[in-house]
Design a protein. Structure first.
Ligand SMILES: *Cc1c(COP(=O)(O)O)cnc(C)c1O
Length: 474
């Protein structure tokens, strides 16, 4: 089991702990999470003592608040809208349930995400499935439940058609066609306009089997203007669909709404002055996730809805005139602040050049952005004894996991700690809910999967309960 009372020294009693404010790239914290970390660091020590390290702490109420905030922006500008929570962003069932309770639909892109969303009480007609390589079994599930299927290619349409031909279905397949915007020509997702037109002609011949609902795209990157451009590119195929007597009802613009992790000024100042000496491997990473965004998801959405196309028409006006529902599939931005992760320090080891490495119990799989080609550029918050002496000058250290591979590093950047960290101290990585905490998690070295607990802050005290739909500990 993870349970390891040896890890945290007895001197680490809850009333003796202190969370130290980090320096250069301090995380932006939702106020109640900031209070929890800074006012009751001892409570976090107790949780790690009981549940082990790493420990992921989940706040479903914050995801709900994010849904409501985004919806409020949509309501100010357009009549018809739908938010699908991009469930792949985090494995927490409590977050899926929170999205459903807040009235969001769910983007389920595997049979397992579909199963979880159904178990959490989601309405399948308010779910949407993307992904380029759905299996026949997954298609069958989607059609049976009435989930919206985003068709990625003419080949996927053929597969779905043969499936519908093979066995009588009580339901029609509900489909969107995934368009490949011009600025994503080299992507493997979606189809160029010509293929979309071919699919439309094929769909027009099968109204009894397939219910065409509209169009979809999803772009990598976070640029608002790219989505505006892509949306107006759809005007042609929307017209084509109408000429074929199909009725487009939905345009789904995918996800990619930004998240702010650190203050924009601090971030820009850091980017200006960083150099090879700031990194353990003396390499400045080639690119970063834009951690110091100036816009949050709601401001981004506002900007999107009020942006104009080349003909001067606003996005909101275009949607109203075309009688279209705007659908979004935010993942990372709905999980913003809805989780954070805690790691216990096992060893602090001096290296050459007066640097140190801090080893944590856990691995970089529980806090990383590898698939986003980015270092997770936020300072961890140190929780240590309140009587620790402040560091004498600077104490630069990088943070490594417990595995035997050189690349198992949570933070390559040398962090300057306010006091010298000790074994048994904790590091809190803020805002890890958006892919960082569990996208790559596995049982490497046969270590068990880290635990997730839901924090319930009702009634003045914070309770921690297991993050499963049936309340069992894994
Ligand atoms: C991953 C994904 C999303 C979510 O993207 P975020 O950047 O997390 O908002 C939405 N739609 C599709 C099709 C995706 O693949």
């Amino acid at each position: 089991m993870l349970h390891d009372t040896q890890l945290l020294p007895r001197s680490h009693r809850r009333e003796h702990m202190r969370a130290w404010k980090p320096g250069v790239l301090a995380p932006l914290l939702e106020p109640s999470i900031g209070d929890f970390i800074y006012r009751t660091p001892g409570a976090i020590v107790d949780l790690v003592r009981r549940h082990g390290s790493p420990l992921h702490l989940i706040r479903p109420d914050i995801l709900q608040r994010n849904v409501h905030a985004m919806r409020a922006v949509l309501q100010r500008h357009i009549q018809h809208h739908e938010i699908f929570y991009g469930a792949k962003v985090n494995k927490s069932p409590a977050l899926v349930r929170a999205a459903i309770d807040a009235g969001a639909g769910i983007d389920v892109s595997s049979p397992y995400e579909l199963k979880d969303a159904l178990r959490a009480g989601g309405d399948p007609r308010r779910m949407c499935a993307s992904g380029p390589a759905k299996t026949p079994a997954f298609h069958a599930d989607l059609v049976r439940h009435g989930v919206i299927v985003s068709l990625d290619s003419p080949q996927e349409l053929s597969a779905l058609e043969s499936q519908m031909d093979a066995g009588p279905s009580v339901r029609r397949a509900r489909v969107l066609l995934r368009y490949q915007p011009t600025l994503a020509r080299n992507s493997r997702f979606g189809m160029p306009a010509q293929d979309v037109r071919d699919c439309l002609r094929r769909l027009a011949r099968r109204p009894d089997q397939v219910d065409f609902l509209g169009f979809h795209f999803h772009l990598s990157g976070y640029a608002c203007q790219d989505r505006v451009t892509a949306l107006f590119e759809l005007a042609d195929v929307i017209g084509e669909a109408r000429r074929l007597s199909l009725v487009p009802k939905i345009v789904n613009i995918g996800g990619g709404l930004p998240v702010r992790y650190v203050g924009a000024d601090a971030y820009e100042a850091f980017l200006r002055q960083q150099g090879p000496d700031h990194y353990r491997n003396r390499k400045v990473p080639a690119s970063f996730y834009p951690y110091g965004n100036r816009t949050d998801a709601c401001a981004w959405l506002e900007r999107f809805l009020t942006a104009s196309g080349t003909d001067g028409q606003r996005v909101s006006t275009f949607l109203a005139r075309q009688d279209l529902t705007l659908a979004l599939e935010p993942g990372r931005s709905l999980a913003d602040q809805a989780a954070f992760s805690v790691f216990a320090i096992t060893r602090v080891k001096p290296l050459a050049d007066r640097r140190c490495v801090i080893f944590i119990e856990g691995s970089s799989f529980s806090a990383c952005e590898t698939w986003f080609a980015s270092e997770f550029l936020v300072d961890p918050i140190l929780i240590s004894s309140a009587t620790a002496t402040p560091a004498d000058g600077v104490f630069p250290a990088y943070i490594a996991g417990h595995s035997c591979l050189d690349e198992d590093v949570l933070t390559n950047r040398l962090i300057e700690f306010p006091t010298v960290p000790q074994p048994g101290d904790l590091l809190v990585y803020a805002n890890t809910g958006g892919y960082q905490m569990d996208l790559l998690e596995n049982e490497f070295h046969r270590h068990p999967m880290p635990r997730r607990l839901v924090l319930d802050a009702g009634g003045g005290t914070t309770r921690a309960i297991p993050d499963t739909l049936d309340g069992d500990l894994r």
